[in-house]
Structure formats: structure tokens, C-alpha cells
Write a protein that binds this ligand. Structure first.
Ligand code: MRU
Length: 341
């Protein structure tokens, strides 16, 4: 197995990000030292995926404190810079949570913030490995001790999580146990996180996969070609309603119709107990150009308008189970009426 990729890292002087917009063609890193660069990188999905955004947000506060010292910002300029990082994308709760975790240390200086940001990064990676083991144990108990055929949507691998992966962490754990047959990877339009990133990660670690159009997912599931679907999450409300990349809801509905498990894998940092249910989760609307001219060339007639929500919400009743660092909760069966209990 190849060494794991580090999509978010601290160099000593800069926040080093894998530029995920360039994959799979090129693996390149960008060193970020200023707040505006980070906000731009978050909005353009240079760094993306809920847990990775949380870690980047925490390191972003280090950058803000350093830039403030360099440029002589007053307290309100520093606060506003930190808030711009926190609000750069709205749906993934981890971004705000990562910033909020380190924010109380700002008065103690950049080094104190940095120590906490590094702790968050380490916890996320370690947590991912635990989630992987819990998810793999649960799938094996539920489906039998045999190689599994899984379907995934978007990218919930190392790139999305700062290391190892949540949904792909479960896949990787099964692969280590020789219990992975194949992954059907939804390409995940319009930005192709599935075909560009998930397929790339699976190739790196040697897991067999097919890339399929998103529109094939329902039929792949109902034809019995997969044993379960597994996805990550961007925000999970207190009742278990789960926001994830748009298209996830269709996968969950097909799994319910086929009677196969729909498993969500996510760290506790993605659970937002202050949001009672999915209706309260803000859904990011992305630029029209991502749909109208996704390859740079218009694919629609002049004047066409786009509806481009980046996420959808899968109701808790369709989430068979949620794998976290602390174990697997069987949500749809009603055994976890509220995550806060
Ligand atoms: O818009 P993105 O690429 O930041 O979308 C987030 C995601 O990667 C997913 O929704 C993912 O499945 C959950 S994050 C591990």
C-alpha cells in the first residue's frame, strides 16, 4: 500500500494543500500564507470535504493571527478575517467547528492556535481509522464474511478528511482484510469528485473499482450489483438527517427500495447537535458555470439558467446506520432516536 496522502499539512511557515482541482491529472501542492488565499482555496475546492475543511479552517486561524501581526491588524480586523474563513462555505459544519475550536486561543498567540490545529489534524486521522474498523466490522456482521461490492458517491477519502478517509476508510479497512470485491464510484456531477478523486484514491491503494454515471446508481442498486452503499457526510443533524453531496439522497432511496444497507461514515465533528433536523441545514448553491459549462465550454443554449445545489439531505429514516469513532448506530431502525441521547 502506498504512503497516505496529506491533503492538509503545516510546513512551518505555510498551510500546504493538495490542489484537488488539478487531480487526477497532476498532484500539486499550494502553500497558503494569507487569509484571502485560503478563502479562495476553500471556495474553489482546492481543499474540500467536511473534515479536511475543519482542519484547514483551524490552520487558517493560525494564518490570520500571523498575518494580523505582520500587517498590524486591530482586534476587529482579525475577527473579521477569521469569520471570513469560517463562512467560506456554509454546509460542512466542520469548517465552522474547526475555526471555533481554536478561536479561544487567539489571544495566546499563533503558536497556541497552531498546537490546537495540529491536535485536531491528528485526532481526525486517528478517528478515521477507528471509523474504518467499526464500519468494516458492521458491514461484515450484516452482510457476511465475504468480499463486498459497495457503491459510493462523491469523495470521502483521505483527500476529503485530512487523511485515511471516512467512507473510503471503511473500504480501505475491508481491503486490508481481503473483504473488498469492487467499488462502484458515482462520477458525482458537476465537479466529478467521484471520478477525479475517489477513483484516483482507490487506484493508489489498489482497490478495484468502476466509475459510473450518477444516473446509473439507482439501477446498479436495484439490479443487485452492490451489497451496500457507503458515503460520507457534510453535516448530520441531531435527529440523524444527513447532508452530503447532491445525489446522495437518490442513492439512499434506491438502497431502501432494494432493501440493502445505506451506511454513512463520519466523525463526531460532522454531527451538529444544535441543528435539530435536516430542514435547518444550509445548502450551498454553487456558481451556475459549474453546470452550464463544466468543462469550460458551454453545454447549454444561450440564456439557460442553472439550479446547482451542492448538497442534499437524506432523511434519517433512510440512513441504515452511522459509523463514527465510537461505534455504529443503527439510525433507520429507530435505535438512535436522537444523536444527543
Ligand atoms: O463540495 P465538496 O467536494 O466539499 O463536498 C463534500 C464532500 O466531499 C462530500 O459530500 C463527502 O461525501 C463528505 S465529506 C467527507
Amino acid at each position: 500500500m502506498t504512503a497516505d496522502i496529506a491533503p492538509v499539512a503545516w510546513t512551518g511557515g505555510a498551510l500546504r494543500l493538495v490542489d484537488q482541482t488539478l487531480l487526477p491529472a497532476r498532484l500539486e501542492y499550494r502553500d497558503i500564507v494569507e487569509v484571502d488565499e485560503l478563502v479562495d482555496a476553500i471556495r474553489r475546492l482546492v481543499v474540500r470535504g467536511a473534515p479536511a475543511l475543519g482542519v484547514a479552517g483551524a490552520f487558517g486561524v493560525v494564518l490570520a493571527v500571523r498575518q494580523g501581526v505582520r500587517e498590524g491588524w486591530d482586534a476587529s480586523a482579525l475577527e473579521s478575517a477569521i469569520s471570513r474563513i469560517r463562512e467560506a462555505r456554509p454546509t460542512a459544519v466542520n469548517l465552522a467547528a474547526g475555526v471555533d475550536r481554536v478561536r479561544p486561543l487567539v489571544d495566546k498567540g499563533a503558536d497556541a492556535v497552531l498546537t490546537e490545529a495540529v491536535a485536531l489534524l491528528d485526532e481526525e486521522v486517528e478517528g478515521n481509522r477507528t471509523i474504518g474498523r467499526h464500519g468494516a466490522d458492521w458491514l461484515t456482521r450484516r452482510l457476511g464474511d465475504r468480499p463486498l461490492r459497495l457503491l459510493t458517491h462523491c469523495n470521502a477519502g483521505a483527500l476529503a478528511t485530512a487523511g485515511w478517509g471516512t467512507a473510503l476508510g471503511v473500504v480501505r479497512e475491508l481491503h486490508i482484510r481481503n473483504r473488498m470485491d469492487v467499488v462502484y464510484v458515482d462520477e458525482t456531477r458537476p465537479l466529478l469528485q467521484g471520478s477525479r478523486l475517489t477513483a484516483w484514491e482507490l487506484a493508489q491503494v489498489g482497490v478495484p473499482y468502476y466509475v459510473q454515471p450518477d444516473s446509473a446508481a439507482a439501477s446498479t442498486i436495484l439490479r443487485g450489483l452492490v451489497d451496500a452503499a457507503i458515503v460520507g457526510a457534510d453535516r448530520i443533524a441531531a435527529n440523524g438527517d444527513t447532508a452530503n453531496k447532491v445525489g446522495t439522497l437518490g442513492v439512499a432511496l434506491a438502497c431502501a427500495a432494494a432493501g440493502i444497507p445505506f451506511l454513512v461514515a463520519a466523525p463526531w465533528s460532522t454531527i451538529d447537535l444544535t441543528t435539530p433536523d435536516g430542514a435547518g441545514i444550509p445548502i450551498e448553491e454553487r456558481p451556475s458555470a459549474e453546470v452550464l459549462a463544466s468543462t469550460g465550454t458551454p453545454v447549454v443554449p444561450p440564456g439557460a439558467r442553472a439550479h446547482n445545489p451542492a448538497f442534499d439531505v437524506t432523511p434519517a429514516r433512510l440512513v441504515t446506520a452511522l459509523a463514527t469513532e465510537t461505534g455504529v448506530m443503527e439510525i433507520a431502525a429507530g435505535r438512535t432516536p436522537s444523536l444527543s441521547q
